[in-house]
Design a protein around this ligand. Structure first.
Ligand SMILES: NC(=O)C1=CN([C@@H]2O[C@H](COP(=O)(O)OP(=O)(O)OC[C@H]3O[C@@H](n4cnc5c(N)ncnc54)[C@H](OP(=O)(O)O)[C@@H]3O)[C@@H](O)[C@H]2O)C=CC1
Ligand SMILES: O=C(O)[C@@H]1CCC=N1
Length: 273
């Protein structure tokens, strides 16, 4: 995909909300060819430091009326999406691609105004092109607009289109929120290391590099499953087996993550109400 050709100053990519998620995607897009002059950021705090050259407006009503965005990304808090869609409604006759990344916000509420609506659940590794981007499109979205959405998402990570929008709540629970689980695991590993006698800085370094190393090893072992990689660490009767007896037991990762991802999935369902 080549984002340098997908947008131009007259038909830019407009990002509404450049916080944690919007900022992560913006970083990914700019690092992968999006020209700053073809990018517009709307956020009360302006564009982030890494994007000083983009056009920026503090709110949607300050955006020039003659702008004809090729695509608009909505990355504001879920409760603000409806208001943002209403404020952007004057663009509807130009039929831009409109992508919402808001958790729980259903396609129907976008489609009511914009025919070419796509709902995406990204995650923050999008900032380094390693995001997981799961998308579902409204029926009216053309193949060309779907291709544009695919290009945008591919610049931020791995792209998966689904047909069934009801999957998006569990998607949010697994990959949307998922990076936080890994960071929490890293924190917990470090804390456990301290409990068992390591200095804090040593424990933090070990936990962090172990998570980085394991993720990179998984990435560079495309033909091995996570189970196979786990087995490679586990000597029969050894230290790893002793730990995994706990982690894979009745109160281990399995039941815990089922509960945690269940809670995230239900929260996503609730946000739709
Ligand atoms: N963070 C994540 O990992 C993920 C988030 N999402 C979704 O992304 C969306 C944003 O979440 P997140 O980035 O975490 O939240 P943030 O609060 O970090 O970002 C939202 C941004 O929108 C700005 N904003 C507020 N009002 C307006 C407005 N009227 N016009 C334009 N911008 C405005 C906020 O500014 P200010 O702070 O000044 O109010 C803030 O910079 C949510 O809908 C969330 O569900 C989806 C997947 C993952
Ligand atoms: O916590 C949230 O609601 C957002 C959606 C997925 C990740 N962060």
């Amino acid at each position: 995909m080549d984002l340098s050709k997908a947008f131009d100053p007259q038909h830019p990519l407009v990002l509404v909300g450049c916080g944690r998620m919007g900022g992560a995607m913006a970083r990914g897009w700019l690092e992968r060819g999006l020209a700053p002059e073809a990018f517009v950021v709307i956020d009360p705090a302006g564009a982030p430091d890494f994007a000083p050259d983009v056009r920026q407006f503090p709110s949607i009503d300050k955006m020039p009326r003659d702008l004809a965005p090729a695509a608009v990304i909505l990355a504001v808090k879920p409760y603000m999406v409806e208001q943002a869609v209403g404020q952007l409604a004057q663009l509807a006759e130009k039929d831009p691609l409109v992508i919402s990344v808001a958790a729980g916000i259903q396609l129907a509420s976008l489609e009511a105004v914009f025919e070419s609506s796509v709902r995406v659940m990204p995650n923050t590794p999008a900032a380094i092109g390693k995001g997981m981007m799961v998308a579902v499109a409204a029926n009216a979205v053309s193949q060309a607009k779907k291709a544009l959405a695919s290009d945008l998402m591919a610049a931020a990570g791995d792209v998966l289109w689904v047909d069934d929008e009801s999957m998006m709540d569990a998607v949010t629970g697994v990959s949307g929120s998922g990076p936080a689980y890994i960071f929490a695991l890293t924190e917990a590993m470090a804390a456990a290391g301290v409990t068992h006698g390591l200095p804090h800085d040593v424990a933090s370094r070990l936990a962090r590099q172990t998570v980085i190393g394991a993720a990179c090893l998984m990435e560079q072992s495309p033909h091995m499953t996570a189970s196979e990689l786990r087995e490679q660490v586990t000597s029969p009767g050894g230290t790893t087996a002793a730990a995994l007896d706990i982690l894979r037991g009745e109160e281990g990762f399995g039941p815990l993550l089922e509960k945690a991802i269940g809670a995230a999935t239900r929260r996503s369902q609730d946000l739709a109400k």
